[in-house]
Write a protein that binds this ligand. Structure first.
Ligand code: FAD
Length: 357
């Protein structure tokens, strides 16, 4: 099998791998099903590790208008814990970030084809919606939250529903969220709020599927009036809801077959309240590209094993934080712990994968 490596999916993981391979003189072919800029379900938080990886890829988030974030606020009913983040972070919509990354991939020389849906995979052969098939010596699987038939992740992880909307931020909300990521702890999940580049607030919820009724996001907010009054007040005017089901928090790919490199959410799914999924996607992409360039198909199992070892700590800490945060009975103890000096920055640090190397 010859020809360029194939990349399935053009989110942060796929685009970052495309940039790395093209820069190394081995331009891949990336296939992405969306035709144009879109906003996937994501909180839009970029930690300092994600920012460092993006800078290496030539993405200037300040030039994209990212909202600088220096503080974290956790709200649980009437209890509030707040602290400075260890290092500066940012809020940026995925619509803007993903487009910047795909543009950079094209500029670096990668083939980027949009509006191409991959129906299924058979080993390193991709079957496309138009009936054609493509094969390559290396397949970088970066379909993210979405399973690809033939290579789906096992279904034993606890699965959550993700919801996203934007809120037109008036003066009071802009003041409240200036420089801050705000997390509201809920029974069976959490909601995150931050300001993004267009001045609107990004509202993202991750919640137990049993809590999401037929009415989706608006109905869920309606049901939270007693439990999270401040969140409900902040979310007034939330619109443009989107949702994704079956997010397998805790999934970690430790093995793979030669030539098949799993990236991003196909490699490791960190509890989203940690806000490190994009950083993991970027770091894993660099790791996989280097393994392919150095070892060829044999680099895939090596990459998967080594990257899993690197991701295990942030995933484990984030999973524990999620367990505590989602259970109302444990929440007073968790909030008391988070109120201790240095506890929140320590937690923020322990849930970072680190920058791409
Ligand atoms: C509720 C929630 C909130 C989150 N908040 C944050 C946050 O604030 N900060 C953070 O860092 N992370 C956050 N995350 C995690 C983050 O969204 C993911 O970790 C990140 O998007 C993974 O990037 P990826 O490139 O692997 O996948 P994705 O971003 O999902 O990209 C996959 C791409 O593949 C394409 N694709 C999928 N299937 C096909 C197909 N069959 N054919 C062709 N193309 C296909 C899709 O269109 C998409 O563009 C959150 C996750 C959830 C669920």
């Amino acid at each position: 099998m010859s020809g360029p490596a194939l990349i399935a999916g053009g989110g942060p993981a796929g685009a970052a791998a495309a940039i790395a391979l093209a820069r190394a003189g081995r331009p891949p072919l990336l296939l992405e099903r969306t035709r144009e800029a879109h906003d996937p379900v994501c909180g839009g938080f970029l930690g300092w590790d994600a920012l460092a990886s993006l800078a290496r890829l030539g993405i200037d988030v300040d030039a994209l208008g990212a909202h600088p974030i220096r503080r974290v606020r956790i709200v649980a009913g009437e209890h509030v814990a707040e602290a400075d983040l260890p290092r500066p972070a940012a809020g940026l919509s995925r619509r803007t970030l993903d487009e910047a990354l795909l543009t950079a991939a094209t500029r670096a020389g990668a083939g980027v084809e949009r509006g191409v849906t991959i129906r299924r995979a058979e080993g390193r052969t991709l079957h496309l919606a138009d009936g054609s098939a493509l094969s390559a010596p290396a397949l970088f699987l970066a379909t993210g939250k979405h399973e690809l038939r033939g290579l789906a992740r096992p279904a034993r992880q606890p699965r959550s529903v993700g919801l996203r909307a934007t809120i037109p931020a008036g003066a009071a909300l802009t003041r409240a969220l200036a420089g801050t990521i705000e997390l509201h702890l809920l029974d069976g999940g959490y909601a995150g709020l931050l300001l993004q580049e267009d001045g609107r607030a990004n509202l993202c919820l991750s919640i137990d599927p049993a809590r999401v009724e037929a009415g989706g996001g608006p109905a869920l907010l309606g049901a939270l009036t007693q439990e999270a009054p401040l969140l409900v007040e902040r979310a007034a005017g939330a619109a443009g809801w989107s949702a994704i089901a079956g997010v397998p928090y805790g999934w970690l790919a430790r093995a793979t077959e030669p030539g098949l490199f799993r990236l991003g959410d196909q490699a490791a799914v960190i509890a989203s309240l940690a806000g490190d999924g994009v950083a993991i996607a970027l770091a894993g992409a660099g790791h996989a590209a280097a393994a392919w360039l150095r070892h060829g198909p044999a680099g895939a199992p090596l990459h998967q094993r080594r990257f899993a070892a690197r991701a295990a700590r942030p995933l484990g800490v984030a999973g524990l934080a999620r367990f505590l945060a989602e259970r109302p009975a444990l929440r007073p103890a968790a909030m008391a712990l988070l109120g201790l000096p240095g506890a929140l920055p320590l937690l923020a640090r322990a849930t970072r994968i680190g920058a791409a190397q």
